[in-house]
Design a protein around this ligand. Structure first.
Ligand code: CA
Length: 147
């Protein structure tokens, strides 16, 4: 069965890029743009991994992650914080909320791939070479200070 990855990111370009990458690597990508949606979709779909942006409108990534980790049905899901906020206090908050690790944005595709493979057991992930070779020219890159 294809492993599912929930991507929570309010920047639509970044979100699409991540979803594109995740699908290229051979996983199912579920993309949402708010913390509220993240909680609802986590409960409904039980993803194998969640990439959680911290800066979100409404409830932020920390609160959404805490809610997911506090619910018995979703407590076991690995959540990876993804944020341009690199201050130690934010990393601590992310870990306190139950997130497993923290990736600073912009996270290069290789770091995303490595993180996925570290937390999801998968035999045959597609190669990143193939991914970059087929990436559309106008694909937004994860650069700049998108929070
Ligand atoms: Ca954000």
């Amino acid at each position: 069965m294809t492993k599912k990855i929930l991507i929570v990111e309010d920047n639509h370009d970044c979100c699409e890029f991540l979803a594109f990458l995740v699908r290229r690597l051979g996983y199912e990508a579920i993309a949402v743009h708010t913390g509220e949606e993240a909680i609802v979709r986590a409960m409904a779909t039980h993803p194998d991994l969640i990439f959680m942006d911290l800066g979100l409108p409404g409830i932020d990534g920390i609160e959404a992650a805490a809610a997911i980790k506090q619910h018995p049905d979703t407590a076991g899901i690995t959540i990876v914080a993804l944020s341009a906020r690199s201050e130690e206090t934010w990393k601590e908050k992310a870990l306190d909320a139950g997130m497993t690790t923290y990736l600073s944005k912009p996270a290069p595709p290789a770091a995303i791939k490595e993180t996925i493979e570290k937390f999801i057991n998968k035999d045959s992930a597609a190669s990143l070479d193939r991914c970059s070779a087929t990436m559309p020219i106008n694909t937004p890159q994860l650069t700049g200070s998108v929070i």
